[in-house]
Design a protein around this ligand. Structure first.
Ligand code: 5GP
Length: 117
């Protein structure tokens, strides 16, 4: 397992070094809008503590991130009048991960509308 890089872009968002559009925040978790949304309402859920990806996560980090993912998924489904919600999560570059701080994508879905590239 590779090391956690404290200068990854989401760590900088957590430290307030670069801006983000916050959706939800509690002691353990931050949710913000994806900068290149693949669906209207596309947002990202991250733990506030260092964690490279799902393979590296503690039980406590997973529990809080999953609970917040469910809470925010329910809210954005209603807010965007979506028919469903896709949750995505990638691990390591080969697995499609681009930012190396654990995150879950929340993607509201509408019938007949594909995710944008
Ligand atoms: P993944 O690592 O799951 O493949 O993708 C990382 C996600 O982070 C992408 O959907 C990308 O658009 C998003 N992202 C990358 N840089 C930034 C940023 O500076 N701000 C925000 N809000 N999202 C970002």
């Amino acid at each position: 397992m590779a090391e956690y890089d404290p200068d990854n872009i989401f760590a900088k968002i957590l430290r307030g070094e670069i801006p983000s559009t916050k959706v939800y925040e509690d002691d353990d978790t931050l949710v913000f809008m994806d900068i290149m949304p693949r669906a209207d309402g596309h947002c990202l859920v991250i733990p506030k503590t260092p964690c490279r990806n799902l393979l590296d996560a503690s039980t406590e980090q997973l529990a809080s991130v999953i609970a917040v993912t469910q809470k925010v998924a329910r809210a954005v489904k209603e807010a965007f009048d979506a028919g469903g919600v896709t949750i995505q999560q990638f691990n390591e570059a080969v697995g499609g991960q681009e930012v190396f701080h654990l995150h879950f994508h929340i993607l509201p879905r509408h019938s007949g509308v594909a995710l944008r590239a």
